[in-house]
Design a protein around this ligand. Structure first.
Ligand code: SF4
Length: 384
């Protein structure tokens, strides 16, 4: 290993973090990963990490690759300064044929940019110390689907080799944040009712929070509403949402085109039911998997505090959008596939868009444009 001179002051962040219990079992699949995170998406690094890599004392072959990999972006900021410049295959130039990273192999983990070093982990200190794993990594989904038990959490001592802004929330804000999240996850894990009903109950809870009727504990939850299932309406709404992603997302562009063209003609309901039957045969535990995936994502994104300008109800709208969009992608694209691995690949890629872009904000705007954000309408969409 070459002599590595640390130009970066490596400040550490140590704390007791709340994490999902699968967290400790995570290990990157490296060369055996089907959808490596080194390919296909825009990854940026801050200015200090770019300059650190620029000054790293390494062999000429690695230096050449490093210089080709990280290139300053136009209109850079301190936080988003340089970007990984993918090769013609769409891969990070540092990715070797065996699936491992050349920088990691030659210099060790400590020199990697933080995004490469800690992905798919998402440590947060905004309210309380928490860390989760992004659903966009196939290993995360494999760990989530390894059993059918509800997702559990535990406290563990963790150290991150990077400085993090300390928590600014006061004690009362922290208490409310913890209580609200605990209540939401309890509602979503209650398997005595269907997942769409649980999501609807989260909606009632969010309405109560907006109206100041709850201090973080769920108010009385009612299921006395009549829900109309309308497959055609649901698929027309999701197809419109997909059109936006066809224009704005390289990652899921092809799948959105495929799904939309399939449902475009006629007999939407018949086609949906056919696809659903096939999907349920290949993924019999899909209801449990969706529950765990959704809770894992909400924990990762700090629901219902994902977006500072969102009301609690907006957060509910984004949750509904996330659920129906994931179902649409999975049920539609799985018609061409026969394995659980394919299901994981579809979801991991879809979550690259959901977990790492402004999806939560955009989906609220897209549902608003279609005038589909009223509570009873969202309940209808959740049924498909
Ligand atoms: S997606 Fe996950 S398992 Fe695959 S290479 Fe990246 S961190 Fe490793």
């Amino acid at each position: 290993m070459p002599q590595v001179t640390h130009l970066l002051p490596h400040k550490k962040t140590k704390s007791t973090f709340l994490v999902p219990t699968y967290y400790k079992h995570f290990q990157c699949k490296g060369g055996s990963c089907r959808n490596t995170c080194c390919a296909g998406w825009t990854v940026t690094i801050p200015m200090n990490q770019y300059h650190y890599l620029l000054g790293l004392n390494v062999k000429k072959t690695l230096r050449d690759r490093l210089d080709r990999t990280f290139q300053p972006i136009q209109q850079p900021t301190k936080e988003r300064y340089a970007q990984i410049h993918h090769n013609y295959e769409g891969n990070c130039p540092l990715l070797m044929k065996n699936g491992w990273c050349m920088l990691h192999t030659e210099c060790g983990e400590s020199v990697l940019p933080m995004v490469c070093r800690y992905y798919p982990r998402g440590p947060r200190l905004d309210f309380v110390p928490e860390s989760s794993m992004a659903n966009s990594c196939e290993r995360t989904l494999e760990l989530l689907f390894a059993d059918t038990n509800p997702l559990q959490f535990e406290f563990v001592d963790l150290t991150f080799d990077m400085p993090m802004e300390p928590c600014k929330a006061n004690q009362e804000e922290q208490r409310k944040y913890e209580q609200i999240r605990k209540s939401c996850f309890q509602i979503l894990s209650n398997r005595s009712v269907s997942l769409p009903t649980r999501i609807s109950r989260v909606g009632q809870f969010m309405i109560a929070l907006d109206q100041g009727l709850s201090d973080g504990n769920p108010t009385e939850l009612l299921d006395s509403f009549t829900i109309v299932k309308d497959i055609s309406l649901t698929y027309q709404v999701v197809s419109k949402i997909s059109e936006w992603f066809i224009e704005h997302s390289k990652t899921i562009h092809d799948w959105c085109v495929d799904a939309n063209s399939f449902y475009q003609e006629h007999d939407i309901e018949e086609k949906y039911l056919q696809n659903l039957t096939h999907f349920e045969t290949i993924v019999p535990d899909h209801k449990i998997f969706f529950e765990k995936m959704i809770i894992n994502n909400l924990f990762f994104r700090q629901f219902p505090y994902q977006h500072p300008n969102h009301s609690f109800y907006d957060e509910f709208v984004s949750l509904c959008g996330k659920y129906i969009f994931c179902r649409y992608m999975a049920i539609s694209i799985m018609r061409r596939h026969q394995t659980i691995e394919a299901f994981i690949d579809i979801l991991a890629k879809t979550f690259r868009v959901i977990s790492h872009t402004q999806f939560d904000k955009n989906i609220v705007i897209l549902l608003n444009q279609q005038q589909m954000t009223e509570y009873h309408l969202l309940q209808t969409l959740l049924q498909a």
